[in-house]
Design a protein around this ligand. Sequence first.
Ligand code: NAD
Ligand code: IPM
Ligand code: MN
Length: 347
Amino acid sequence: MPLIALLPGDGIGPEVIAEARRVLDAMSLDLTFEEAPVGGAAYQAGGHPLPAATLDLARRADAILFGAVGDPTCDALERSLRPEQAILGLRKELALFANLRPAKLFPGLEDASALRPEVAAAIDMVIVRELNGDVYFGEKGMRTTAAGLREGYDVMRYDESEVARIAHLGFQTATKRAGKLCSVDKANVLETSQLWRDVVIEVSAHYPQVALTHMYVDNCAMQLVRDPGQFDVIVTGNLFGDILSDQASMCAGSIGMLPSASLDASAKGLYEPIHGSAPDIAGQSKANPCATILSAAMMLRHSLGMAEAADRLEAAVGAALAGGARTADLGGTLSTRAMGDAVLVAL
Ligand code: NAD
Ligand code: IPM
Ligand code: MN
């Protein structure tokens, strides 16, 4: 029986994970769950955001379902003890280098999008974000300049093997979809991006059936609101992918709707909503659990070989939304639990 590591984390993390768990339980899939603390909750309980036992569970499990980490009371801690280090540590320790962030507009959510309905309706893309490199994991620090000024620095870097492996995944993802891959970089300014572009072009020789284009990240941010329907698959680095996926979420209705899968070279994966711990609404039963429920569906598909169950779960979310179920972020009044109930009814 597959073992799922449940890591609820902080803020709205436990609230949205509870709904995903209820939905999975209702599907009678023969899964076992083991829960462990992570993030600020783990720091408060034991002094470290990613305890050894939590990392061990993540390693042992067949898949990880993650809520969110982040606690404003921890923002002054030294960086290695902050909640966000838990998710960064899991991604690095488990070599989860590929982050799939699908963004599509569910029918009925046109009015929740920040875009005009006819522009939003066309959104159906996957952002393939590199997750183990870039400015996130380069050398960083604080130092004092010769003039006595404080200076912060973070080195942006990729080597060609890191670019090639995510590029392959981008092309493979596009092959299974509409066959269009847009590589997003800042090659007009950054050497890291020039290497990125060169390597993506080299890798493209293996995928003649995919139409490859390149776009600078600033233009991409603009195109995402001008005409998001032009994108099929976007492949990009860690930092650009972080920013563009939050932007894409609001084009598609809400950040509370976007799931993600973080995959290693095999089928092992960590599944989490793209949003954070939302301290502004935590504890108020206002959070939209759909992103986490859809992340659970991705887990069934990518790590557990349960594609049919994944389809069923995604269809249930779609049916609940089509039936008018809406949390506050979508302009409705349902609580987190009531939204979970709506998905359960649709199941
Ligand atoms: P956030 O995503 O937590 O929230 C941004 C805004 O979106 C807030 O107004 C929030 O209320 C709203 N929102 C987010 N998720 C929602 C949901 N499911 N339903 C309804 N509304 C939702 O981003 P932030 O405020 O910049 O960050 C808060 C904390 O979360 C920080 O500590 C940050 O580092 C952390 N964070 C963690 C992750 C993660 O665990 N993977 C991701 C992003 C941010
Ligand atoms: C995300 C988050 C994380 C990131 C933070 C919390 C480290 O914003 O998962 O999108 O920047 O990757
Ligand atoms: Mn983010």
